[in-house]
Write a protein that binds this ligand. Structure first.
Ligand SMILES: Cc1ncc(C[n+]2csc(CCOP(=O)(O)OP(=O)(O)O)c2C)c(N)n1
Ligand code: SF4
Length: 351
């Protein structure tokens, strides 16, 4: 794969974040995606969120599968660790990485093809294991990289560029993730950065698997009339279920809310997610209500966005397995491999 380095331009007006880095330090190489591709806007939102959160690039692990979407980790945080894995198999690689070092901040980027077609099994298991990572699905309803075939997220009745109709039932990653026991499930739109940035921040700080399905139009193969994943359709039918603000630990909640208008959910690191109710009175901590709400919206052809479901009390993978707090790289070899006597004892228990 060829990479085009980005020219480095440091403007005097560029602010430094709390660890002395500029926004530019969170960028990657130049994107080679089509001009106008929604995926590039998601990259920009990731850059902004990680810069504002002052996360050290070397503490970040970027993971992806295969697809235009899965190429995007090359376009952000070039100082991070990264693994561009096999189509649909990113969750296994991410599980191995996070099992080995729980101190890393993991961000996984996938596509609707990568996660809902070939990788559907892996997607299901990473959600139910509640692996601690932010998992973004850049959802355009097609396989962009292989020239625009319908993916499993394409809605029934939506049309391909040359007019063919999709007749297969679609898989909604949001409803699926909630059903599978997901602990943080949201939907965004690549064209709405104001909403996406706080969602990404909250997803990073959530302890467990944070799924964000982001409608991300493919301008080359799926941005025409008849597509339900186009810019025009999404803008027209987008409905924000709940507004979200992210408040870092120790920072005061400055916004003024009317009584009953907002609800704060405290995350494990002390940061808070402020949920501001919309006129529907939607409550993303109520699982059955969330599923019902999604079904009603689906029947109306609405694209509901925002934080759809959140549960801070579910144990994440390390709690479930009772694994060590220490990254495996910091454990001396003698402790990691206690020798053949210990192995014999273990085997005898299983006879
Ligand atoms: C095992 C395997 N099967 C098929 C492919 C061909 N392939 C490459 S990317 C892709 C789909 C990508 O679609 P999606 O994940 O939605 O990403 P997008 O390109 O739309 O962002 C397919 C089928 C492959 N690379 N590997
Ligand atoms: S083919 Fe579609 S998904 Fe791929 S880069 Fe172009 S616009 Fe984006």
């Amino acid at each position: 794969m060829t990479f085009i380095a980005k020219p480095r331009i440091d403007l005097p007006s560029d602010r430094l974040n709390d660890i002395g880095l500029r926004r530019r330090d969170y960028e990657g190489v130049l994107s080679t995606l089509c001009a106008g591709c929604g995926h590039d806007s998601i990259t920009a939102a990731i850059v902004q969120a990680f810069w504002e959160m002052s996360i050290a690039p070397e503490k970040v692990a970027k993971l992806s599968g295969i697809g235009c979407s899965s190429k995007t980790p090359a376009y952000f945080i070039s100082g991070a660790h990264g693994f561009n894995s096999v189509h649909g198999r990113m969750p296994s690689v991410a599980t191995g990485a996070m099992a080995g070092n729980r101190d890393m901040v993991a961000i996984a980027v996938s596509g609707d093809g990568d996660s809902l077609s070939i990788g559907f099994g892996q997607f299901g298991h990473v959600v139910r294991r509640n692996l601690n990572l932010l998992y973004i699905i850049e959802n355009n309803g097609v396989y962009g990289l292989t020239k625009g075939q319908f993916s499993a997220s394409a809605d029934v009745g939506s049309r391909a560029k040359k007019g063919a109709e999709n007749r297969w039932q679609n898989i909604d990653p949001v409803a699926t993730a909630i059903t599978l026991g997901g602990s943080f499930v949201a939907r965004g739109f690549s064209g709405d950065r104001d909403q996406l940035v706080p969602l990404i921040k909250a997803g990073v700080r959530h302890r467990g698997c944070a799924i964000i399905d982001v409608v991300s139009p493919c301008v080359t193969f799926n941005d025409h009339e008849g597509s339900t994943k186009s810019y025009a359709y999404t803008r027209e039918n987008k409905h924000e279920a709940v507004k979200l603000d992210f408040v870092p630990p120790a920072e005061e909640i400055n916004a003024q809310f009317d009584p009953g208008e907002a609800k704060a959910v405290t995350l494990h690191d002390g940061s808070r997610v402020m949920l501001r109710r919309t006129e529907d009175g939607y409550d993303p901590t109520d699982r059955s209500r969330a599923l019902q709400y999604l079904e009603t919206a689906r029947s109306r052809g609405e694209v509901v966005t925002g934080l759809m479901y959140m549960n801070e009390d579910l144990p994440e993978m390390h709690d479930l397995f009772g694994t060590t707090e220490r990254p495996l790289k910091d454990i001396p070899y003698e402790e990691l491999s206690p020798g053949s006597d210990a192995l014999r004892k273990l085997q005898s228990k299983m006879r």
